[in-house]
Design a protein around this ligand. Structure first.
Ligand SMILES: N[C@@H](CCC(=O)N[C@@H](CS)C(=O)NCC(=O)O)C(=O)O
Length: 220
């Protein structure tokens, strides 16, 4: 049965990156449909696939699954032999909680430091609210790495859904050169070094579209 993942521009679409990265990391085969977002045609194009009018969307045979977290949960059910979440119950509870926290929070960071894989924008986008988001995210990363990360470079050692959820943040921290401590710097480097993430960035560089609102977020 074929899986098709519908995504937006790789340079800008942070929500698309999450399931794409997880599927590539776990070696799941899928077809990719990439739509250029924020064009006059894009709302109608997206609605051909998703009732919500947003990407990412997963087409799984006759099923349509939309929303990045729902897609990851669906995949975890579909491929139960893969390690989507850490094994110990306590770690799984934390992993689920931080995925949900990431999914529903950090609005200031998203707004002021939009994902832009190609760009280098040090110092742009920083506000007190953004710093509050960064402080919370780096606390999460430190706690996970220190408590559960001994067996690898990811939040819970090996790659899990939690890393897919936070990978766009790692890219943002690199683009905006956010100052980080050693543990968080190493985590960002580990995410950036994933072959699948490198492939995503390479594809982002090859994209022709330039969206002005993502290119020059304001200086504080
Ligand atoms: N909560 C959703 C958010 C999806 C979302 O906002 N996608 C953006 C792209 S990153 C989108 O489709 N924008 C196109 C539009 O609004 O026309 C998810 O996790 O999938």
């Amino acid at each position: 049965m074929t899986l098709t993942l519908v995504i937006g521009n790789k340079n800008y679409s942070s929500w698309s990156l999450r399931p794409w990265l997880a599927m590539r990391q776990f070696g799941i085969e899928f077809n990719e449909v990439r739509l250029a977002l924020y064009t006059p045609e894009s709302p109608q194009q997206i609605r051909q696939y998703s009732p919500a009018g947003k990407v990412p969307v997963l087409l799984d045979d006759t099923l349509t699954v939309w929303d990045s977290l729902a897609i990851l949960e669906h995949l975890a059910e579909r491929f139960p032999a893969l390690s989507w979440l850490p094994e110990p119950k306590a770690a799984r509870a934390i992993a689920r909680s931080i995925c949900a926290e990431m999914h529903s929070g950090f609005a200031a960071l998203r707004h002021h430091m939009p994902m832009n894989c190609r760009a280098k924008l040090p110092g742009h986008g920083m506000t007190p609210e953004v710093q509050t988001d960064i402080d919370r995210i780096t606390t999460i990363w430190r706690d996970c790495r220190q408590t559960y990360g001994a067996e690898g470079d990811m939040l819970f050692g090996t790659f899990t859904i939690a890393d897919a959820m936070f990978a766009p943040v790692a890219l943002r921290f690199a683009t905006y050169a956010v100052p980080l401590d050693r543990v968080c710097t190493q985590y960002v480097e580990a995410i950036l070094a994933l072959p699948a993430l490198q492939a995503w960035i390479q594809d982002a560089h090859a994209e022709p579209e330039k969206l002005p609102s993502f290119e020059l977020p304001s200086l504080p």
